[in-house]
Design a protein around this ligand. Structure first.
Ligand code: SAM
Length: 344
């Protein structure tokens, strides 16, 4: 499709796919509910935090639900993942989940969270219609947790994980980022712990999305290194199930059935199969984590745009989606927004 083409016309009853010029169709919506976080992971943001979005720029609960509804009813969204920042710090989270589930109960609703406070809310979230959680946890050693997150809260994360499993927010997945010289040697220990507790562990390569712009290709721990660490203690073999658009490559651990995933966004990009689109907490559509342009749905929404008009803007925003994130390209520029303000 040509970028210069006029946007498609939608009528009140028309649905439209969020397809791009390369034939990919976005069906998985990541919704950031806040840019604020109660941890300070060193690879994400500085110790003092960031200049948070002013409250009046953040979408209200009603606005979030309306945009999710447009995505689901008009644009073919089938999965919605709430993220941030830390989505559990958003006061209206349970209600947002309930109202989004009511739009279409067959849409898969999940949450990416650091699990602080999840012990208190897991059952309410499940009752509201949340299907699953992904919990971020980079180590099971308290001292390493404090070093990486700058907060002594490992016990809260562990309690949150247990509550998620008890509430039936399954499969409970754990996402871990390895940092050279901090927790990379602990990869087998984290896998053993996850297997013992029935959690599905996935390692994510560190990406150039930190607020401090400290990321470097040389310093990041690559997928090959992750395998090397794990293979000190485990035998890994490719899982036979097709990967589809899933970011994680799955491996059987010691012949299975347990698996471990590796999300090699940098060294083995999977952009060709990407089915994701993002909505930031301040109502901007991003067609890629690494996009340098955004489409402002909040201004249009607050300016009185109809659902159809918002849908057309959204469809148009997908046209500019690039073939790949281009991290390895010499012209690569890190996006202005850090991961915490986009929604991981
Ligand atoms: N606060 C929630 C959490 O901790 O899961 C959601 C937001 S957080 C930004 C989402 C995920 O992004 C976490 O798993 C975190 O480890 C990961 N992350 C943050 N910065 C990253 C980076 N530069 N590269 C890769 N992953 C990163």
């Amino acid at each position: 499709m040509n970028l210069g083409e006029p946007p498609p016309r939608l009528s009140r009853v028309t649905t439209h796919a969020l397809d791009d010029r390369y034939g990919r169709v976005a069906t998985d919506l990541r919704v950031s509910l806040t840019d604020r976080c109660n941890l300070r992971c060193s690879y994400c943001m500085p110790a003092e935090g960031l200049d948070w979005l002013p409250t009046d720029e953040v979408l209200t609960d009603d606005e979030v639900v309306r945009l999710v509804g447009i995505g689901v009813r008009l644009l073919g969204i089938r999965e919605v993942r709430f993220t941030g920042g830390e989505p559990l710090v958003r006061r209206g989270l349970v209600d947002i989940v309930r109202r989004c589930k009511e739009i279409d109960p067959t849409v898969d609703l999940s949450l990416t969270t650091n699990a602080l406070g999840l012990a208190r809310t897991a059952h309410a979230l499940k009752a509201a219609g949340l299907d699953r959680v992904n919990v971020s946890l980079d180590t099971v050693r308290p001292e390493t947790f404090l070093e990486i997150t700058r907060r002594d809260r490992l016990h809260d994360v562990i309690a949150g994980l247990e509550a998620a499993r008890d509430a039936g927010l399954v499969p409970v997945k754990i996402n871990a980022v390895l940092l050279r010289g901090h927790n990379d040697e602990q990869a087998p220990e984290l896998l053993r712990w996850s297997l013992d507790h029935g959690y599905e562990l996935r390692f994510i390569e560190q990406m150039p999305l930190d607020a401090q712009h400290d990321w470097s290709r040389e310093a990041m721990v690559t997928a090959d290194e992750i395998f090397a660490h794990l293979e000190r203690e485990f035998v890994l073999s490719p899982a036979s199930e097709p990967r589809g658009s899933a970011p994680a490559e799955k491996f059987l651990v010691d012949g299975g059935p347990a698996t471990v995933g590796v999300i090699a966004s940098v060294t083995r990009p999977f952009c060709g199969d990407c089915d994701r689109v993002r909505l930031t907490a301040d109502g901007q559509v991003r067609n890629c984590l690494f996009a340098r342009e955004e489409s402002d749905l909040r201004a249009a929404l607050r300016g009185g745009a109809s659902d159809d008009e918002l849908a057309v803007r959204w469809v148009t925003a997908m046209r500019g989606k690039r073939a790949g994130h281009g991290i390895d390209d010499p012209t690569f520029l890190q996006p202005d927004r850090p991961m915490s303000a986009i929604g991981g």
